[in-house]
Design a protein. Structure first.
Length: 195
């Protein structure tokens, strides 16, 4: 599907999301999360652009720390279960470090990351590096007038709410009304600041 939307609108939305994320206290090793939800109509036109910032959960902190030390000798600890997709919800309950999944899971919204994701984006000397996740819900999938939350999870294959241990990050969105002919793409960055 070809997206018909000015690139500067997406850039402005990402900047707005990053500015909101910068106002947060960095999580642990200096990571903040931010992104953009893009709602696209059946003709490929941008209907809604929603910048957001997230909260990396307690499980997300464990995930990041576990990934950093995985397979390093002499202890060579096992890697944690990898994040493998996103899930949507319909509640607007604020995110917390101890989030136990989504407040209200949207049935059949468990979708894997897009084929070429996740990726890393080196922002340049002294500027940090983004871990970039992206998931697209195509037309007919996860139709709802009240999409208000999204989570990065490690149990994407399960069509059910996720547990605290499976929820690495959660964000509350401005309400998205996804009709049956719309698609929704969420691009989510975890920025390592090295702070």
């Amino acid at each position: 599907m070809h997206l018909i939307a000015p690139a500067d609108e997406r850039t402005d939305a990402l900047h707005a999301a990053l500015a909101a994320a910068r106002a947060l206290t960095p999580d642990g090793i200096g990571m903040v999360g931010y992104g953009v939800a893009e709602l696209i109509d059946g003709e490929g036109r941008l209907k809604q652009l929603v910048p957001f910032h997230n909260l990396i959960t307690d499980a997300g902190d464990l995930y990041i720390a576990g990934k950093i030390i995985a397979a390093i000798a002499p202890a060579s600890p096992a890697a944690p279960t990898a994040a493998n997709g996103m899930k949507l919800g319909t509640a607007s309950t604020a995110a917390t470090k101890a989030d136990a999944g989504l407040a209200t899971y949207l049935t059949a919204s468990n979708v894997a990351f897009d084929a070429t994701y996740p990726q890393t984006a080196n922002l340049g000397a002294g500027l940090g590096v983004n871990a970039v996740y992206r998931t697209t819900w195509v037309a007919g999938v996860a139709t709802s007038a009240t999409i208000n939350e999204v989570a990065i999870v490690n149990d994407q294959a399960t069509n059910a709410d996720t547990s605290a241990a499976n929820t690495y990050s959660r964000a509350v969105l401005t309400t998205v009304n996804k009709t049956a002919s719309d698609s929704l793409a969420i691009t989510w960055n975890w920025k390592a600041l090295g702070a």
